[in-house]
Write a protein of this length. Structure first.
Length: 84
């Protein structure tokens, strides 16, 4: 079972994430997570590059999961997204 708190702390410390939302979609078993990640590190990167960056930082945690879905935004993109 993976811990969303550990995942969030890793993203904040290693990616400088300014906003992280992690939802456990597994019904409590801790094997399926969906995440929204906002970081200035994503600026100028394609979606694939952003996902690879996150996956590299969370390699050990992701290996313990059944499914991992992520949506990655820069702070500017998140501001536009959340104001809709």
């Amino acid at each position: 079972m993976s811990d969303p708190t550990t995942i969030e702390a890793t993203l904040k410390s290693q990616l400088g994430a300014t906003h992280v939302e992690i939802l456990d979609q597994s019904g409590g078993c801790g094997q399926i997570f969906e995440a929204v990640i906002v970081s200035p590190e994503f600026a100028g990167k394609t979606t694939l590059m952003r996902h690879r960056l996150v996956n590299t930082k969370l390699k050990e945690e992701i290996n313990k999961l059944h499914a991992w879905t992520q949506k990655c935004y820069t702070p500017e993109e998140w501001s536009k997204q959340s104001s809709k």
